[in-house]
Design a protein around this ligand. Structure first.
Ligand code: NAD
Length: 501
């Protein structure tokens, strides 16, 4: 297919070409066909975008909109996304190789995120403080943080962007976003939606390109007030170090190694079925994937045998393959990484019960497919249990007691999510409350809502997205103290004839 359109950056309300003059091709991970072509941004383009966001913020125009006005615009964004849902789902599916049905589910979530923050924008965040002093008015007011640098990953491109953009706009911030260089399409398309909905020029800016080059100034430039990042632990650490130089706020959504704990008294049919969804949804490229299965010893054999049998039956395919149940990995480099992870796990003593290879057949020849993989007989000292593969791989460990399940579930540097399967409601609550992870599902896996905070304990991140706390990330809090009857303080008494030299 001949491509006439090369998508440009979006700075100060306009599409602009990159100063480097370079371009980047985006290829479909399931079959390698050309999906789109983008301008490749340079560091100076990013500085221009930061300058545009800075002027838009400092002019005070966007901040002067009332919460109701900003809320209306966000509602309008949701309405346009609803109208253009099919177009967006198609583009998301082509960039990420997720099936079109999954991309459509993502769009529903994205629309609900804009609607949730549209409502939140209208709520007052002022509060009068009781001081116990006469003639004093003490008020807490909330103001937008300022210019936000947003950096997003490739697994849920527009969803991750919406978790940042919707609350930041609701709060009155301006922003520069850099989507993953592998999946920029829908974030770029969103810029036009924001303009159509009435977001003023300069408030929303998009840079495109690699993390190292186009991303560079986002964590170092003094014009940025806050870095909101979703991605890997290694990149998050680097950004935090960079941000320290100018004391930028940081919000980090990083990786996870999420325990999925099955007790012997669980509904095993549901637990096993959901254990497959927990880890193999979107081919395991989910930060909250249940990639670490903990099974009570007496049901271990039954559970692993069934999970391995079912894993072997999972059908892989392209975005529009109606027979497929999941898709390809994002890139050749990522599949190489997953293959190395599995080989290392086996050399460490893990026992391969399913997968561990690429699928065979013409249909898979040009894509980055990898079979759902089950690694049994793992222990928490193994690197396969501690490290995130971010692919379709589950490790299995056994436990004997409730205490041991909790200990193992917490034996990780991460703390993003986890699940507990049991028919004992009290035990479920006990375990859920002792697991040090930001989300715990009981007898379920994966659901979330825009009203409930999402984020990680420990090295899974700093701060929260979604919910009230996800909005508060984009607010500064100011105390205004007003003395309604000014008087002398007389702290320093002017004494005639007493002068210091
Ligand atoms: P990554 O860290 O490689 O890249 C993420 C983004 O950071 C990309 O846009 C990349 O270009 C950019 N980047 C890289 N180096 C940069 C730099 N020096 N300066 C500025 N930007 C830079 O991560 P990834 O491979 O795209 O995503 C996978 C990771 O994301 C996994 O670890 C996964 O667990 C995590 N993730 C977490 C959540 C969550 O909610 N906690 C959600 C999705 C993904």
């Amino acid at each position: 297919m001949a491509y006439e359109k090369i998508t440009e950056l979006f700075i100060g309300g306009e599409r602009v070409g990159s100063s480097s003059g370079e371009i980047r091709n985006v290829l479909h991970p399931a079959d390698g066909h050309l999906v789109a072509i983008f301008h490749e941004g340079s560091a100076s383009d990013t500085v221009a975008a930061i300058d545009a966001a800075r002027s838009a913020f400092d002019s005070g125009h966007w901040r002067s909109f009332s919460g109701e006005q900003r809320g209306k615009i966000l509602e309008q964004v949701a309405d346009i996304l609803e109208r253009d849902k099919a177009r967006f789902a198609e583009a998301e599916s082509a960039d990420t190789a997720k099936r079109i049905i999954e991309a459509n589910y993502d769009m529903d979530d994205i629309i609900s995120v804009f609607r949730y923050f549209a409502t939140r924008a209208t709520l007052s965040h002022e509060r009068e403080v009781t001081t116990g002093r006469e003639n004093i008015r003490s008020t807490m007011v909330s103001e937008p943080v300022g210019v936000i640098a947003m950096i997003t990953p490739w697994n849920y491109p527009l969803l991750q962007a919406s978790w940042k953009i919707a609350p930041a706009l609701a709060a009155g911030c301006t922003f520069v976003i850099k989507p993953s260089e592998l999946t920029p399409s829908t974030t770029s398309m969103l810029m036009d939606v924001l303009s159509e909905a009435g977001v003023p020029a300069g408030v929303a800016n998009l840079v495109l390109g690699s993390g190292a080059v186009a991303g560079g100034p986002l964590s170092t430039h003094p014009g940025v007030d806050m870095v909101s990042f979703t991605g890997s632990l290694a990149t998050g650490k680097r950004l935090m170090v960079n941000a320290a130089e100018t004391i930028k706020r940081v919000a980090l959504e990083l990786g996870g190694k999420n325990p999925n704990i099955i007790f012997a008294d669980a509904d095993l049919d549901a637990a096993i079925d959901n254990a497959l969804t927990a880890v193999f949804l979107h081919s395991g490229q989910v930060c909250s994937a249940g990639a670490r299965l903990l099974v009570e010893r007496k049901i271990h054999n039954q559970v692993v045998t069934e999970i391995a049998r079912r894993a072997d039956q999972i059908r892989l395919g392209g975005s529009h393959d109606l027979d497929a149940e999941t898709g390809a990995l994002i890139s050749a480099a990522h599949r190489d990484k997953v293959e190395r992870y599995v080989a290392d796990a086996i050399s460490e003593g893990a026992v391969l019960r399913a997968g561990g290879k690429r699928p065979e057949g013409e249909k898979y020849a040009n894509g980055f497919f990898y079979r759902p993989t089950v690694l049994d007989e793992c222990t928490s000292e193994m690197s396969c249990v501690q490290d995130e593969s971010f692919g379709p791989v589950v490790t299995v460990e056994v436990f004997d007691t409730e205490e041991e399940a909790i200990k193992l579930g917490n034996d990780t540097i991460f703390g993003l999510a986890g699940a507990v399967w049991t028919n004992d409601a009290d035990k479920a609550q006990r375990v859920a409350r002792q697991l040090r992870h930001g989300t715990i599902w009981i007898n379920d896996y994966h659901p979330y809502v825009a009203q409930a905070e999402w984020g990680g304990f420990k090295q899974s991140g700093i701060g929260r997205e979604l919910g009230e706390a996800g909005f508060a990330e984009y607010l500064e809090h100011k105390h205004i103290w007003q003395n309604q009857k000014p008087a002398r303080s007389d702290w320093f008494k002017a004494t005639e004839g007493h002068e210091n030299v």
